[in-house]
Structure formats: structure tokens, C-alpha cells
Write a protein that binds this ligand. Structure first.
Ligand SMILES: Cc1cc2nc3c(=O)[nH]c(=O)nc-3n(C[C@H](O)[C@H](O)[C@H](O)COP(=O)(O)OP(=O)(O)OC[C@H]3O[C@@H](n4cnc5c(N)ncnc54)[C@H](O)[C@@H]3O)c2cc1C
Length: 187
């Protein structure tokens, strides 16, 4: 009987493992489960290429064409290790021979700024779509977070073509301060 591989997570780690498994065990059945509405994609595009005219299609990691079964919008709720079975949030169960947990990270919300409109806790392609939808001429945005993602967004979004008027961006943290102040100054 073919090996059944279940991979939990729709990020790069899970996508890369899925492709590698298809090569290492062509007869195996590989199922990737992701709680995101989108199949796996390259997360770095969310703070770089997509704000500079990049195409969403080029951000996608095509694992389905290599024979991987992709389940989007599904969250693993429980794992029965002895019974080798994963339970999804809709009640479906997946039996496995090998299980990979690649559940990655999530954006940390602040108690004073819960991730509900108009606040976006930026991590996923769905978050990009929301932020992009709200961007445009005359719009202003505030970036909270001084890491790489916050700095890249602050530096990149004002160059977004629809943003004809100066945008105001602020970040906390030492790393991007120079870059972001420069962005604000140059509008
Ligand atoms: C905007 C942005 C830009 C970035 N740019 C860069 C860059 O330029 N260079 C770089 O090296 N790194 C970059 N990173 C970081 C890089 O994307 C991460 O290191 C990488 O995403 C980690 O991959 P991962 O597969 O381990 O986890 P993640 O990408 O976090 O994926 C985890 C996946 O698991 C899913 N998941 C979680 N729990 C469950 C569950 N119970 N059931 C089903 N699915 C579940 C999530 O929905 C998600 O799809 C960036 C990150 C972001 C957010």
C-alpha cells in the first residue's frame, strides 16, 4: 500500500517538503492542509514584489501540479498519534503514515490594536489583498512594527502607483528607522 503523507501548513516549509516527497516517493499519497484560503505561495512577495507591480500568480508555489493534494481553508484541530490520524476543523479525518507539522508563525496582535478593520495583522496573501484594497490615492497608513516586514512595507508602499499623495508611515524599532524617516521625508 502506498505511503500516506499528511503535511499540516501551507507555508514554504510544507510546500518544499511536499515537492520533495513527490520525488522521493512517487507512489506515495501527499496531502497538504492549510488554514489559509490560498494554496502555498512565496511569502516574501507580500512585502516586496506585489507592492512594486508584481503579479500574484508569480508568487504562487505550484505544488498541486506535482500531484500533491492541497486542502485550503482547513485547520488541523487534533492529532491522534497512536492512531495516526489528524482531525480537521470540519470533522474530516485524515489517516497518515507520516505526519509533518509545519505550522510556522503568525503576526502578533497588540491588545490595543486587535486585528479587525481597519487594522491588518500582516502575514498572509489574504492580508495583502485587504491592505491593497484599502490603499489608493490620498490614503494614509501607519505601520506598527520595526522588523524587516514593517520596514519593507513602509519603504515599498509609497511607491505603489495608486498612491499619488504622500503617505505617512511610522515604525517602532531601531533597524528601519532611517529608511522609514527617509520615506516619509521624500513622500
Ligand atoms: C510579509 C513577509 C515577508 C517575508 N519576507 C522574507 C524574506 O524576504 N526573506 C526571508 O528569508 N523570509 C521572509 N519572511 C519570513 C518567511 O516567510 C518565513 O520564514 C516563512 O514563511 C516560514 O515558513 P513556514 O512554512 O515555516 O511557516 P509559515 O509561512 O508561517 O506557514 C505556516 C502555515 O501553516 C498554516 N497553519 C498554521 N496552523 C495550522 C493548522 N492548525 N492547520 C492548518 N494549517 C495551519 C498557516 O496558515 C500557514 O499557511 C517573510 C515573512 C512575511 C510575513
Amino acid at each position: 500500500m502506498a505511503n500516506r503523507y499528511v503535511l499540516i501548513g501551507g507555508g514554504l516549509a510544507s510546500a518544499a517538503a511536499a515537492k520533495a516527497l513527490r520525488v522521493a516517493d512517487p507512489e506515495g499519497r501527499v496531502t497538504l492542509v492549510t488554514s489559509e484560503v490560498d494554496p502555498p505561495y512565496r511569502r516574501p512577495h507580500l512585502s516586496k514584489a506585489l507592492w512594486k507591480g508584481g503579479d500574484v500568480a508569480k508568487a504562487m508555489l505550484d505544488v498541486a501540479s506535482s500531484g500533491v493534494e492541497v486542502r485550503t481553508g482547513r485547520t488541523a484541530k487534533a492529532v491522534d498519534v497512536d492512531g495516526r490520524r489528524v482531525e480537521l476543523d470540519d470533522g474530516e479525518t485524515l489517516d497518515y503514515d507520516q505526519l509533518l507539522l509545519a505550522t510556522g508563525a503568525r503576526a502578533r496582535s497588540l491588545p490595543v490594536l486587535p486585528a479587525a478593520p481597519p487594522v491588518v495583522a500582516y502575514r498572509s496573501l489574504a492580508d495583502y489583498r485587504v491592505a491593497r484594497e484599502r490603499s489608493g490615492e490620498g490614503k494614509r497608513a501607519l505601520v506598527v512594527g520595526g522588523g524587516f516586514v514593517g520596514a519593507e512595507l513602509a519603504a515599498g508602499r509609497p511607491r505603489h502607483r495608486q498612491c499619488d499623495h504622500p503617505c505617512m508611515w511610522e515604525t517602532s524599532g531601531y533597524f528601519p528607522a532611517l529608511k522609514c524617516r527617509k520615506t516619509i521625508a521624500s513622500g
